[in-house]
Write a protein that binds this ligand. Structure first.
Ligand SMILES: [Zn+2]
Length: 382
């Protein structure tokens, strides 16, 4: 595949006047500027200085949909069973416009492997994820990101748990540094204290940039009760290069929090919502209930009726970039079509845009002269 980095020639001009939906093909090839110096291609901060960075996340949900990962534990055992599927997924997201190949080490930490009884696979599974992502990143000219995540054992009142969290972050940082990551993402963390510990491990054991994104549940506060703006301010103060939010909330209920974060910090801000129609009454995807089915909890495998359209992700990308948020992505539930819509909202034309919708030749709704009148006359009944 051609390196997207080499094809892009100018800075982002997000979604200028173009509306999402059926007529998005006018997108001019645009994107981040050509790296000005050798090595800048692998420099997250240089890329952010020039424009947006698109980062696909949420791999475990997409792998679950494809039949390679079990919902519930959400541990990517697929890394051993079908590494080729993980590699193809990375490639699909890059083709759709992701500037980043993030190692699938989400939930490949000691605690999660303990829960599923595979602790002995801790090291090889981390290395497998890192090797696959590095191969794709180097082949496609995308940034190679290491990944830390929620440990699910953090308890500020339990010193033993804190020691274990420290160990989890330290060892995962170590393996990623050995693999040569360009930067780190610490993500989906609901405790500011835990996020600070992840950041401390990145700072202690690596020299690369740190993106730290909090996962905000229904309350819109960290687990210890801080506003996300205050938590992000503390993370910035502790040396994070990019702070923000990922997962749990859809565009509609993440956006108000993002505005507060953008106003509270000086550093770059990250926004990676889930592609679901969360509401003020049910602001996180774990809270969504489906009226069709006795108002049962839709998470995690009944969320299909709530999936955001490409247009909604396009609009989110344009609005977020307009606010000055440059690190953009989509988390759990994202398919390549969402990432493509996000990239196109920034005025980009990734390889997958070759197949972005064009209804002009549709059998009923087409406007092309070759479409017969007997068909277009029928479009109101189609
Ligand atoms: Zn997620």
């Amino acid at each position: 595949m051609a390196s997207p980095a080499k094809k892009k020639t100018k800075s982002d001009k997000p979604g200028k006047g173009r509306k999402s939906g059926h007529a998005r093909r006018t997108a001019a090839p645009a994107g981040r500027a050509t790296p000005a110096r050798a090595g800048a291609e692998r420099d997250l901060m240089a890329r952010l200085a020039q424009g947006a960075v698109v980062c696909a996340e949420g791999y475990v949900f997409e792998l679950e949909r494809r039949g390679y990962l079990q919902a519930g534990a959400f541990v990517p055992e697929v890394l051993f069973e079908h590494p080729e599927v993980v590699e193809q997924l990375h490639l699909d997201f890059v083709r759709a416009g992701s500037d980043v190949t993030q190692a699938l080490t989400y939930y490949v930490h000691r605690e999660k492997l303990r829960v599923i009884g595979r602790e002995k696979d801790l090291v090889p599974m981390n290395r497998a994820a890192l090797n696959i992502a590095r191969r794709v990143a180097r082949r496609t000219g995308t940034l190679f990101a290491g990944d830390l995540c929620n440990t699910n054992i953090y308890d500020p009142a339990d010193k033993a748990s804190l020691r274990e969290v420290e160990r989890i972050f330290a060892e995962q940082v170590g393996w990623a540094v050995e693999a040569g990551v360009d930067y780190f993402v610490a993500e989906t963390i609901a405790w500011a204290g835990e996020a600070l510990m992840a950041l401390a491990a990145i700072r202690k054991y690596s020299k690369v940039p740190a993106v730290v994104t909090l996962g905000m549940h229904q309350e819109g506060l960290t687990r210890e009760g801080l506003t996300p703006a205050e938590a992000c301010r503390r993370l910035e103060g502790a040396g994070a290069d990019v702070v923000g939010l990922n997962c749990h909330r859809g565009p509609a209920t993440m956006m108000p929090l993002l505005k507060e974060i953008r106003a509270a910090v000086k550093c770059h801000v990250a926004a990676l919502p889930v592609p679901y129609r969360t509401t003020p009454g049910q602001p996180s995807f774990m809270a969504l209930t489906d009226p069709c089915c006795g108002d049962r909890r839709a998470f995690p495998v009944g969320l299909d009726p709530f999936v955001a359209t490409r247009s909604e992700i396009f609009d989110f990308g344009r609005e977020a970039y307009g606010l000055g948020i440059r690190y953009l992505g989509v988390c759990c539930g994202a398919g390549p079509h969402h990432i493509r819509a996000l990239a196109e909202s920034l005025g980009r034309h990734p390889p997958a845009s070759r197949y972005s919708v064009d209804m002009s030749k549709h059998a009923y709704f087409g406007t092309d002269k070759k479409i017969r009148k007997i068909q277009t006359d029928y479009q109101d009944k189609a």
